[in-house]
Design a protein around this ligand. Structure first.
Ligand code: UDP
Length: 331
């Protein structure tokens, strides 16, 4: 049996591939390398270059490798970009996922794991959000993912396919063994931006808004270590293979950190101060987004191993240093 990982050359996908290989699985990666990197794919995995909506190619991969599960990461993930190009996002995230599900059903693949997002909830409050909270995506990105969840739900009712959709909160950090990490240039995510600033790759960084209704006035997020997220997917796979029912579950740690707390953690990891400027709010940011993750813990037996902001930041900073060396060797 083989696991097909789409988007396996990307940030979360490349961690997933290592997680599966470490557990003794056979892995095929399908990636068109639009944002991912060939070097990010573990050498023990087979890499196929191509598109998830290429029915013939995906059908062949499934048959040739005896694929029994698809873990689908491929997609576009930049919220403001989705506002500027909604149809592009619906095409890439929703339409292509529809085609991939259709191919999975046609080829008789029984298990499907889908990367969803906390963006399906819209603006949450300080209270941890449960899966049955109101679904009100505020961006085409969030809606493109929610529509995919719904397609999976309906396909699961009509066909012989069971799925798990995991709604990610703020994924950060890097492989503790330094094998992969977040490598996309021009990243906008807080921990990556702060690490880049600490290492002098950016002259300064900004705190987007200091007047939010939170304890220190800056936004709060539930940062989850990418390795714990990959572990949740591996457990979801085990559960589906054991006959578990379809499931939609949050992946976060159930507690939030403010922007200032994150920056302090990066200062501690780096050992020196760097230029941080207080700025205006970034449009579209909710004050706080924190997961209630009881369902994942209960259903998947998920016990996070790296639930510690300093650990997440240390791994992110270590990867940022590795990336600097990689890039200077390449240039
Ligand atoms: N943020 C910030 N400065 C930055 C990047 C992010 O203050 O350079 C804040 C952002 O406003 C949000 C939080 O950090 O409140 C997390 O943002 P990120 O883009 O990492 O993830 P999001 O929650 O938007 O998906």
């Amino acid at each position: 049996m083989t696991v097909l990982v789409t988007g396996g050359a990307g940030y979360i996908g490349s961690h997933m591939v290592w997680e599966l290989l470490d557990a003794g699985e056979t892995v095929v990666v399908l990636d068109r390398l639009s944002t991912g990197f060939e070097w990010a794919v573990a050498p023990e995995a087979k890499l196929v270059l191509g598109d998830v909506a290429d029915r013939d190619l995906v059908g062949r991969i499934i048959r040739d490798n005896n694929v029994d599960a698809i873990i689908h990461f491929a997609g576009s993930i930049v919220v403001p970009e989705s506002v500027a190009d909604p149809l592009g996002y619906y095409e890439n995230n929703t339409c292509k996922t529809r085609t991939l599900i259709e191919t999975a059903v046609r080829e008789g693949v029984p298990h499907f794991i889908f990367s969803s997002t906390a963006a399906v909830y819209g603006g949450a409050g300080l209270e941890p959000v449960r899966e049955d909270a109101r679904l009100a995506p505020e961006s085409p990105y969030g809606l493109s993912k929610l529509m995919s969840e719904w397609m999976l739900r309906d396909a699961g009712l009509a066909h012989d396919i069971r799925y798990t959709a995991l709604r990610y909160f703020n994924v950060a950090g890097a492989d503790p063994k330094g094998r992969t990490g977040q490598s996309t240039p021009g990243a906008t995510h807080l921990i990556k931006v702060a690490c880049e600033t600490a290492l002098g790759k950016r002259p300064f960084m900004q705190v987007f808004g200091t007047d939010y209704p939170t304890p220190d006035g800056t936004c709060m997020r539930d940062y989850i270590h990418v390795s714990d997220l990959a572990a949740a997917h591996r457990l979801a796979l085990q559960r589906l293979r054991a006959g578990g029912k379809s499931l939609v579950a949050n992946c976060g740690y159930s507690h939030g950190y403010s922007v200032l707390e994150v920056i302090d953690s990066v200062r501690r990891a780096f050992g020196h101060d760097f230029d941080v400027r207080m700025g205006d709010r970034r449009p579209g940011d909710a004050a706080a987004v924190v997961a209630n993750s009881e369902l994942a813990r209960m259903e998947l037996g998920w016990t996070p191993q790296r639930d510690d902001l300093d650990l997440i930041v240390n791994d992110a900073l270590a990867w940022e240093r590795i990336l600097t060396t990689k890039n200077s060797v390449r240039n």
